[in-house]
Design a protein around this ligand. Structure first.
Ligand SMILES: [Zn+2]
Length: 364
């Protein structure tokens, strides 16, 4: 049986297509065939989609993106309205507002069956391994969408869907508990600011590390119940470990690293107590950092790589954002026609929080 599709879905659509791995100039608007949903997929009329640092690796052809096939429509976390549903879809209907989780797990391997679908080795990703959301329509597995709470706009949904879900997944992975101390770098960024707020909701004592006064101001302006206990601006106070030891003489228990700046990494490791857990969730400053294995085993440090979220965390953060318990951190909302300049904000490190692309003004 054919998928149900109303006549309003056109045969062809406008998309931003990456034609070759040659920088943001290689992102071009093109009219392409509109995808059709498979039996277990929905077709979403896209309203917004987030820009992510991982996109830049594909745009620039970084070595770890060798398997990515071009031309490709980027866009990891599209939000919009269901335009069409596949034959087997029963959980959402056309007209409903949804947002997609980018990483598609296999649902059958051991980690997936244990609820650790963030660690699935067969993960495929929207906007990486299949067409993404920088287009008028995107087809995604129904298992990967959630309804957007009424109180949230599309941009907020795109901002929360990936960054906050990864932040919640990593906090659950490192098991950050009430009363513990947590140091997070890049704390005014999309993932970092989510870590700050979600950790505070768990009554964790948060030290937020930023690289600019603007980022520090954003964190200090957060409501008291989700604001960090201490904000350190490394552009003013590079001596991170001394400041941390003044507040926590035994060192901190959890360190969330989202930039991998080598100096910040070294300083943060000096700030850890024995038995501390480290979660690495980004490497935008460069992937290579120093690690002393003698120190690692003597101090009984555990390091986690955190790259995706669980489906459970994805649904949880949308509910929390809908209830107003976490503030989506949106840097700016740019039209799709300005996609190159929108990415330039990420390249120049001008953004504080998520840069959102508005694909369509009206999607109803
Ligand atoms: Zn799996």
């Amino acid at each position: 049986m054919q998928a149900l599709h109303p006549v309003s879905v056109p045969e062809r659509m406008l998309a931003t297509v990456l034609t070759r791995p040659d920088g943001i100039a290689a992102l071009v608007p093109e009219t392409v065939e509109t995808p059709r949903p498979a039996p277990d997929e929905v077709l979403v009329r896209v309203a917004t989609v987030g820009l992510n640092r991982g996109d830049l690796d594909i745009i620039n052809g970084s070595s770890h993106t060798e398997g990515v096939r071009l031309p490709l429509i980027l866009g990891l976390d599209p939000a919009g309205v269901v335009a069409e549903i596949g034959h087997d879809v029963t959980t959402v209907a056309p007209g409903e507002r949804v947002v997609a989780k980018p990483s598609i797990s296999c649902a059958t391997c051991a980690p997936c069956r244990a609820g650790r679908d963030d660690a699935c080795g067969r993960t495929r990703t929207i906007g990486v391994d299949r067409p993404g959301g920088m287009a008028e329509y995107v087809a995604v597995p129904v298992r990967n969408v959630a309804r957007i709470p009424e109180s949230l706009g599309f941009a907020e949904a795109s901002a929360v869907a990936m960054s906050n879900a990864i932040a919640l997944t990593l906090l659950r992975t490192v098991d950050a508990d009430a009363g513990e101390s947590l140091l997070v770098s890049g704390a005014s960024g999309a993932v970092g600011s989510a870590v700050v707020q979600l950790a505070r909701m768990r009554k964790v004592r948060v030290i937020a590390v930023v690289g600019s006064e603007h980022g520090a101001q954003w964190l200090r302006a957060l409501p008291g119940d989700v604001a960090p206990e201490l904000v350190i601006d490394r552009s003013v106070d590079p001596d991170l470990s001394t400041l941390v030891r003044q507040r926590f003489p035994d060192g901190v228990g959890v360190y969330v690293e989202s930039t991998s700046d080598p100096d910040g990494w070294r300083e943060a490791l000096r700030s850890l107590r024995a038995g501390a857990r480290v979660a690495v969730v980004g490497a935008q400053a460069g992937p290579i950092v120093e690690l002393d294995n003698e120190w690692l085993y003597r101090r009984r440090i555990t390091i986690h790589g955190c790259w995706a979220s669980t489906l459970v965390a994805f649904h949880d953060v949308l509910r929390m954002a809908g209830e107003g318990r976490i503030a989506p951190n949106i840097d700016s909302i740019q039209p799709m026609s300005k996609v190159a300049s929108a990415y330039q904000r990420l390249i120049d490190h001008q953004n504080e929080g998520k840069v959102i692309l508005r694909v369509a003004d009206e999607v109803d």
